[in-house]
Write a protein that binds this ligand. Structure first.
Ligand code: ADP
Ligand code: MG
Length: 679
């Protein structure tokens, strides 16, 4: 493993840093085989300047790429510090480039949106060097190349000579023993060219690096300790001067880039392409907002419906109807109830129900419909009996009272808010004035509980002019009168007061777990039953479907947003080929590149998700504010449960990661040499 290498403690004069042994490199251009290098052998030591000369197409760059671990030879070996790197895997070569090689290119290959300082820091970031250290080191190197005062300039604000100095400082960042320069003066005027050559030579002769410079300028031969003439893939070696005695470069304690460092790089690139990032994030935000809003509305509506069902009675109540059970299913609130042969419910039946195992008690259930009149205003009210007072301590048996109190006195009533509003009248009715007042009831009909969905029964003669005292208000459609009052009314309706047939009964179970067995017992006696438990189950089922449907609409929006991210990221990979090539040349691993792109996509997704949750819930709460005044809505119809926030974020992040995965893997699989060739 490369991490096991150690540089020789005291190198012999003739111990080469690099030894190239019978290297060939062939390319396929279509069907034609191109021999870029044919049987090349040479070696170079520390402290040496080797100048590679030759015509265009001679194989100079190919040689440099193989020396630098950017490409592998077709046959032959390269020994670096005694290790044969010619068959190393991609990650090992990346580490080799990070720690042992510094590349300098003809067109500088600085990253345009980073300052000189940031460019020099980049290899150290990829090598996992902590911020303060790499900062100090980069400043020191900029000083070494004479550009300390330009550290805050971007490459576009520097002259060609200055840009190449920054590139040299970057190549030196990790203090690599081997410096490779591919036509470093090719884009410079002759004055700057001489300065760069002098600087590169000093790196070898003063600091002990091994410097290989590719050029086609014969004027630079005097800088060389060794000249390698390369033509048609063959090398002629010519030693000019023996290498001066130098100290070998001690390789530093380098590592590789951690997630945080990569995140800093991803964030940097995101900030410098802010408009595009925002546009992509907008897609995610719209998708998440739609999802949060729709699902939030669905779950809010559900909890309102559940709440109003719960206001119908306690969960341990079983509503019994005299109609025999029928296999056919009814509506949400009456799953088993369809009219069949009637089995009477009498006081005796109630006593039998009360004695069933698991039963706490049983009492009459009926709905009376009455015309209500107050000070000349009239409306219709439906009222149920309250449970007998001995059951009032059972949690949930009493309705929720908005104002006033529950009373067991005959002819006292809890009145639905909507009835009270109709009786008081006006645009902003003050219903509280009705408390304690008397309203006149004309009881028209009695039926089984509305809850059991039974048809109207009962006589045709109304009970006239019952003076009812309003003791309180309830927020449901049904009002309540004391049990005794209901029994009195019921007897008045019945022709035979000795054999009363009740339209319905409520049986209270001792506990929730006894509801189902008790329901079966009552059913086997030939009665049909409905429980709030069943009702809640079917509500949950129906709303589950609604929520899934609403969520799917938001999901589709997210998929579209995901496609958008995918397209934008793919474009970014094409556009940033050169940047990817540079990062790879200075030692980024394949997975560093793919992580970089994934982290960028993830940031977009998370920010989009947060904005989407914000916008979606803002719209939701605005809807709540509008419907707030409606008495049917006990709490807002939009709710934002914590799981929905989590799901929103998860979807934003998930979609962006999925969408970013293909472009990221594409980016990481780019060949660094090809990526850099794109000009
Ligand atoms: P130089 O740098 O001396 O100008 P190169 O090393 O770039 O030469 O190229 C040497 C030869 O190999 C040329 O004929 C070139 O066209 C060919 N070559 C280099 N890279 C590739 C490649 N990726 N695919 C096909 N041919 C290539
Ligand atoms: Mg070249």
């Amino acid at each position: 493993m490369p991490s096991d290498w150690a540089p020789p403690l005291s190198p012999q004069e003739d111990a080469p840093l690099v030894r190239i042994n019978h290297i060939t490199k062939e390319y396929l251009r279509g069907d034609e085989k191109v021999i870029a290098l044919g049987d090349v052998s040479f070696s170079i030591s520390y402290g040496t300047v080797a100048v590679v000369l030759g015509p265009s197409g001679g194989g100079k760059s190919t040689l440099l790429h193989i020396l630098g671990g950017m490409d592998r030879p077709t046959t032959g070996n390269i020994y670096v510090l005694g290790d044969d790197i010619s068959h190393w895997k991609s990650d090992q070569l990346a580490q080799y480039r990070r720690e042992t090689v510094g590349f300098i290119f003809q067109s500088f290959h600085l990253i345009a949106n980073m300052t000189a300082l940031e460019n020099v820091e980049l290899p150290l970031m990829l090598a996992g060097v902590p911020k303060e250290h790499r900062h100090l080191r980069a400043m020191e190197l900029l000083d070494r190349v004479g550009l300390a005062d330009r550290h805050n300039h971007k490459p576009g604000e520097l002259s060609g000579g200055q840009a190449q100095r920054v590139a040299i400082a970057r190549a030196l960042a990790a203090d690599p023993p081997l410096i490779l320069a591919d036509e470093p003066t090719g884009n410079l005027d002759s004055q700057s060219g001489e300065e760069i050559m002098a600087l590169l030579t000093s790196l070898a002769h003063e600091d002990g690096h091994c410097v290989v410079i590719v050029t086609h300028n014969e004027d630079f031969i005097p800088y060389a300790d060794k000249v390698l003439r390369i033509k048609d893939g063959h090398v002629q070696e010519q030693v000019q001067s023996p290498p001066p005695s130098t100290h070998p470069i001690q390789r530093g304690n380098l590592n590789r880039a951690g997630w945080l460092t990569l995140y800093a790089l991803a964030w940097h690139s995101l900030v410098h392409r802010l408009a595009r990032g925002l546009l992509t994030g907008l897609g995610i935000a719209i998708g998440v907002a739609a999802m949060v809003l729709l699902i939030g509305l669905g779950s809010g509506l559900k909890s309102n419906v559940v709440q109003s069902v719960l206001s119908l009675g306690p969960l341990n109540a079983i509503n019994v109807s005299p109609q025999a059970a029928h296999s056919q299913s009814g509506g949400i609130l009456s799953p088993n109830v369809v009219s069949g042969p009637s089995r009477p419910i009498t006081q005796k039946t109630l006593d039998r129900f009360s004695r069933l195992p698991g039963a706490r008690g049983a009492y009459l259930n009926a709905t009376f419909v009455a015309g209500a009149t107050y000070k000349g205003r009239s409306t219709t009210a439906a009222v149920n009996p309250l449970p007998p007072e001995k059951f009032w301590h059972v949690p949930g048996v009493l309705p929720t009272i908005i104002q006033g109190h529950v009373s067991d006195k005959p002819l006292h009533a809890l009145v639905p808010l909507s009835v009270a509003q109709a009786l008081v009248g006006g645009t902003h009715p003050k219903v509280s004035q009705l408390l304690g007042k008397t309203i006149v009831f004309r009881v028209e009909t009695v039926s089984g509980s509305l809850f059991t969905g039974q048809g109207l029964t009962g006589p045709s003669h109304p009970i006239r002019n019952q003076s009812i005292i309003v003791s309180g208000f309830v927020n449901s459609g049904l009002g309540f009168v004391p049990y005794s009052t209901a029994m009195t009314w019921f007897k008045e309706f019945s022709s035979n007061t000795h054999d009363l047939h009740y339209p319905g009964a409520t049986v209270l179970a001792h506990s929730l777990s006894q509801v189902t067995p008790l329901t079966h017992r009552i059913g086997s006696m030939g009665y049909s039953t409905t429980t709030l438990q069943q009702a809640l189950q079917s509500i949950n089922k129906s709303f589950g479907l609604i929520e899934t449907g609403l969520g799917a609409v938001g999901g589709i929006a997210l998929v579209v947003a995901g496609l958008m991210i995918g397209v934008v990221m793919s474009m970014a990979v094409l556009e940033r080929r050169r940047e990817i090539g540079i990062l790879r040349a200075i030692g980024a691993r394949k997975r560093d590149i793919s992580r970089l792109f994934l982290l960028e996509a993830l940031s977009i997704g998370l920010i989009g998700g947060i904005v989407g949750i914000g916008v979606g819930s803002a719209v939701g709460y605005a809807i709540n504010a509008v419907v707030d005044h409606s008495p049917q809505i006990s709490h807002g119809i939009f709710t934002l449960p914590l799981w929905l926030v989590g799901t929103g974020l998860l979807f934003g992040a998930g979609v962006s990661i999925i969408a970013g995965a293909v472009p990221a893997s594409h980016a990481s699989s780019l060949n660094p040499v090809d990526a850099l060739r794109q000009e």
